[in-house]
Ligand binder design. Structure first.
Ligand code: SF4
Length: 359
């Protein structure tokens, strides 16, 4: 390693990227190190026990912007409800959104549904077996196409997600020593390093390395299987997480009828406009950015913390208290509780209804 660093020091900055690819002379050893580490240290995740493109595609879409821990249960329940692409294609959009409830970023669910319909209609229910054809499907970008093609069909095509990009930037160089790979260079290096005999496992190995060892803030370099090829060994400028917006407060009203044990309980919900930019058409509790005035102490039920994208909310839940100046439409509609699993409700509403024992 020291020898390599000395060699790098003697090379002009602009050519170091290429020089660091001298590591590429040991690319076979590098691949073996990643694959062996992945074989022994990978997390046991359900989408790693299959080569079914439907299940792999679903996991990749769910994992976009969502933590593994949050995806696990949704993945299991979603597959129970929609076990294959034909069943998903035949479902209504509302049913798909209902099953997606709690995962957020609902555009993903709409694109997922549109993609399933296209696979059913144009491909006879079978996913195309190469990344180029997968890329033509709705909601499938370069990363997702490569992930499905390499894992399900063993196509030799590399993936670059945030984890892989971080590993490669640190492995090859970063701003602190005057090197910062462009997106195109990152994809190029990923493709150069890829194992052609086990492309799916190699891609997952690189992603797993970034997710569990070469983590953003303090990489665990002593445990890293590729540290002997790493230029930076974690000596990187600290990347601060994106700044979050100021906290916002909202007031929600939870109004329910218990049905007197008849099983006909109801809760009042409002449907968001179909044209809304955020969560269009989804159902939620009536809410306002202003509290009722005066606000009787007896109306307060509980306070929740909730985040949507980069905004943190403090949510005050009131029981059976009208909100200020609510237009008639915003007061909502009585919805039968046993219908709720079949309609799309927002993650916040699900959280509150669960906490209240209504669902
Ligand atoms: S040695 Fe450290 S910085 Fe380099 S790839 Fe491994 S974990 Fe990341």
């Amino acid at each position: 390693m020291m020898m390599m660093m000395r060699v790098l020091d003697s090379i002009p900055v602009e050519t170091r990227c290429a020089a660091s690819l001298a590591i590429g002379k040991n690319v076979a050893a590098f691949r073996r190190a990643v694959l062996s580490w992945y074989d022994h240290h990978r997390r046991d995740l359900p989408w790693r026990q299959t080569r079914d493109p439907y299940r792999i595609w679903l996991s990749e879409i769910m994992l976009q912007q969502t933590r593994v821990a949050a995806v696990l249960e949704h993945y299991r329940v979603f597959l129970e409800r929609f076990p294959n692409v034909e069943v998903l294609a035949a479902a209504s959009e509302d049913a798909v959104l209902a099953a997606w409830s709690g995962l957020g970023y609902y555009r993903r669910a709409r694109m997922l549904h549109r993609c399933a319909r296209q696979v059913a209609r144009q491909h006879g229910g079978c996913f195309p077996q190469n990344s180029e054809a997968l890329l033509a499907l709705p909601g499938i970008g370069r990363y997702t196409a490569a992930a499905i093609a390499s894992i399900a069909f063993a196509e030799s095509v590399a993936v670059v997600d945030g984890n892989v990009e971080r590993v490669l930037q640190r492995l090859i160089g970063n701003k602190s020593i005057g090197i910062n790979l462009t997106t195109a260079q990152t994809w190029q290096h990923a493709q150069t390093f890829l194992s052609n005999s086990r492309p799916g496992d190699f891609n997952q190995g690189m992603m797993e390395l970034g997710a569990t060892v070469c983590v953003p803030r303090a990489p665990h370099c002593p445990m890293c299987p590729v540290r002997k090829w790493c230029v930076t060994r974690g000596e990187v400028p600290r990347t601060e997480p994106p700044s979050r917006q100021k906290k916002k407060q909202i007031w929600c009203v939870l109004e329910s009828r218990d049905g007197n044990g008849s099983g006909n309980g109801k809760v009042r919900l409002v449907q968001r406009p179909r044209q809304a930019s955020l969560m269009p058409g989804m159902w939620e509790l009536p809410q306002s950015s202003e509290p009722p005035r005066p606000l009787p102490a007896s109306a307060r039920w509980r306070t929740f913390r909730h985040s949507i994208t980069i905004t943190d909310y403090t949510v005050h839940v009131l029981r059976n208290t009208p909100l200020p100046d609510s237009p008639a439409a915003a007061k909502g509609t009585w919805i039968a509780i046993d219908r709720i699993p079949r309609i799309p409700i927002t993650g916040l509403t699900r959280k509150i209804l669960k906490a209240s024992g209504i669902i």
